[in-house]
Ligand binder design. Structure first.
Ligand SMILES: O=C([S-])c1cc(C(=O)S)c[n+]([C@@H]2O[C@H](COP(=O)(O)O)[C@@H](O)[C@H]2O)c1
Ligand code: NI
Length: 397
């Protein structure tokens, strides 16, 4: 199978945090993994429960967040930042919400007080959505036009016009329409969509692997109140340009023993690559340039990791284009250990055949043999399986 796992969000009936989380769990994300991620942020604070419901006659997964502890009526952005700790994607979603609220209420982002959107159920929705995407192995996210609704909403701020101000602010740069009466897009849902989805597009071409349907609270006659997610592999045909972001910072004051952990954290958070270059910077100081290459959808979360785990006071960003070779994987057996072979191809012909080295190392440990010999055996098994440079790519499932 070629291509990364893509998640397309259908918000044509609106979007809210619990709806998106329900859709991702319905598509196969492990609810226990989601609960564990939420427990790490608010230990013992909430329980995520799910049920199958119908919305205008359609089956959908309804997620509810039961709050088990006392929940203050408001939280500052600073408090939420502290709670989220080392959760870069969730931090990026709330940072976006904080920016929107700051603009709407004309206060600095650090002085923003979240009311409903800072409550434990909203925090659980955001942390849960990020954990569900990780659990599913989603690499990229896009979404279609968002129905935001019309009329008025009763909120802690009083009666607000729909789209509520935070949603209107978060909608800048995205395609939206009213699409019905009531508050169809909430600030939490819109912030999650805007942070996680990099592109506003109709359903892209992909081989579909899973579909999830998440229910909203109300059952409206004639309009299924649901968010859908469609997960699939996008076909990579060769020499196609794709956007990438390069994040960089020059750092002269970080304990050098911390760098390996920083690089590992960045890779765990979805960087395509992360590296250090020794430099001599201003005032003749020996320092390092930290460079992080990533898909645009990961940039916000990776920027958070850079701020959180290094002493940098700023991050430079450049938007680049990248031409990746299409690739696929095939498994081979080496003395009872399974090793994935990465196959790079162009125009239907294999141009690279390379065993995944982490799996070679694991097999060498299992077998008590040198990595060098396991690598040789894996390459020989690949050739025996017909994976030969210059040869045709194997049939895809
Ligand atoms: O909590 C805050 S600060 C808040 C701001 C706004 C603005 O538009 S400003 C609106 N609301 C309303 O709260 C509820 C819950 O929102 P969720 O995103 O947590 O589902 C919703 O009606 C919002 O319009 C809250
Ligand atoms: Ni507000």
């Amino acid at each position: 199978m070629t291509g990364d796992l893509h998640c397309w969000i259908d918000a044509s009936a609106g979007v809210a945090g619990d709806m998106l989380l329900g859709a991702l769990i319905d598509a196969g994300a492990d609810r226990a993994a989601v609960q564990r991620a939420v427990d790490a942020v608010v230990p013992g604070g909430v329980r995520i429960v799910e049920a199958t419901v119908t919305r205008a006659g359609l089956r959908a997964r309804k997620v509810d967040v039961e709050v088990l502890v006392e929940d203050p009526p408001r939280r500052t952005w600073r408090t939420i930042r502290g709670l989220l700790g080392d959760n870069p994607r969730a931090l990026a979603v709330f940072a976006r919400l904080a920016e929107a609220e700051a603009h709407v209420h004309a206060v600095p982002a650090d002085d923003v007080h979240f009311h409903e959107v800072g409550a434990l159920d909203a925090i659980a929705d955001v942390v849960g959505i990020c954990a569900a995407l990780d659990d599913l192995g989603v690499s990229t996210v896009s979404a279609g036009e968002v129905a935001v609704g019309s009329g008025v909403a009763r909120t802690a701020h009083g009666e607000l016009p729909v789209p509520v101000p935070a949603v209107a602010q978060l909608a800048r740069g995205w395609r939206v329409r009213a699409g019905g009466s009531g508050e169809l897009a909430t600030p939490t849902g819109m912030a999650a969509l805007r942070t996680l989805a990099t592109t506003c597009e109709d359903l892209p071409s992909m081989r579909v692997e899973a579909v999830g349907v998440g229910a909203g609270g109300r059952d409206v006659l004639g309009r299924p109140n649901v968010v859908r997610v469609v997960l699939g592999r996008t076909a990579v045909t060769g020499s196609e340009r794709e956007p990438a972001v390069l994040l960089e910072a020059n750092v002269d004051d970080l304990d050098p023993r911390l760098w390996p952990g920083v690089l590992a954290r960045l890779m765990d958070c979805g960087a395509a690559d992360a590296w250090l270059v020794p430099i001599l910077m201003k005032k003749g100081r020996p320092a390092h340039t930290l460079s992080v290459l990533c898909h645009p959808g990961r940039a916000a979360a990776l920027r958070e990791v850079m701020f959180h785990h290094t002493s940098t006071l700023g991050v430079r960003e450049q938007v680049l284009t990248k031409v990746p070779l299409p690739r696929s994987f095939a498994d081979v057996d080496v003395a009872g250990s399974t090793i994935a072979i990465k196959i790079g191809h162009r125009d239907g012909t294999i141009v690279q055949v390379m065993p995944e080295f982490d799996q070679v190392a694991a097999a060498a440990r299992e077998q008590g043999r040198p990595e060098r010999l396991v690598l040789e055996d894996a390459l020989a098994a690949a050739v025996a399986a017909g994976l030969i440079v210059g040869g045709p790519i194997p049939n895809e499932a």
